[in-house]
Write a protein that binds this ligand. Sequence first.
Ligand code: NAD
Ligand code: GLY
Length: 359
Amino acid sequence: MHTVDVATPGGLYPIHIAPGRLDALAQVIPANATSIALVTNPTIDALMGERVLKALSGCGIRIVTVMLPDGEAYKNWETLNVIFDAMLGAQLDRRTVVVALGGGVIGDMAGFAAALYMRGVRFVQVPTTLLAQVDSSVGGKTAVNHPLGKNMIGAFYQPIAVEIDTDVLNTLADREMSAGLAEVIKYGLIMDAEFFSWCATHAAGLRERDPELLAIAIRRSCEFKAWVVSKDEREADLRAILNLGHTFGHAIEAGLGYGHWLHGEAVGCGLVMAADLSSELLGFPLQDVERVRELVTAIGCPVMAPKLAGIDQWMSLMQGDKKTEGGAINFVLMPRIGEAIRRTAPAELVARVIERNTV
Ligand code: NAD
Ligand code: GLY
């Protein structure tokens, strides 16, 4: 088993990565917990619910399962209330531990519910998609979407542990694997050129779920993310680099309506657009824009974005991004592969990049 520690001002928590980790979940439930709220959805429940209940029953405390509808379209305040209704209805107290069993949608919502329930109860992330294992379960960003913007309502709230069972990825749809790989290659682009090259060399094997390659990709991604979060938990500055591709990506997701493109697909396409804008603004080499495009294609993500209702809609969606300050859109850009900085960009350059990368 690999353990990666995440150090935050509120304390340290472990990420445990191993095949079969689901069966050991009872180990991370604190001894003074009175009950467990297991938050999941019917898709995941059908695949592993019974096994997880069996593992958690080892704690000898009450387990209340909270079933949410599946999908990004349900990542909203109404669904959050389903969690509160179930927890209050079952009279769960402040020593309850919320266990988020699922992808990023479940993790973000269950984490946000844990942050708010009785002003905060402990929670454990059990990410079951590649995207959640390499990104969303680590670092304490929790949120729901608002019709006017993605993840706009949320809180920083850290889990007490992240339990990654690499075996669960075997049942994941190919499209979801591709979406998760977009967040993996993002780490290479912002932090480590060698890791980017490693991803390019092993793109086919990663897509085919070679267990050894996936174990490396997950561990390295968690290490990158843990390092960034330990330096800047609340995104005062450095953590913003994790949003490479996301300003474009969030516009695609919100513009099409949540759930049409997967989050990771939108991020993958956004990485190409960010590389193109980096080339316009920072002299990022054109051949490296092509390397990014080739790798995003190789992992199975789209590289051309939808036109939406035109440049005006694109601009207005990007203006609404959380990274906008004083009306200027803050992009994460790359001077070169392996390094990221934040920059505002002139509207005409952004418009040119959108024109070139949309169909
Ligand atoms: P998701 O949670 O919607 O899961 C994708 C699909 O896979 C769902 O239908 C789910 O039921 C299914 N699924 C989950 N595990 C499975 C398994 N093992 N086998 C088969 N099917 C399985 O999507 P996601 O890509 O995991 O997460 C996307 C969300 O994560 C977005 O809302 C995004 O905003 C958020 N996110 C958050 C952060 C963060 O730092 N908090 C970072 C990145 C993304
Ligand atoms: N996924 C971006 C972050 O966690 O900051």
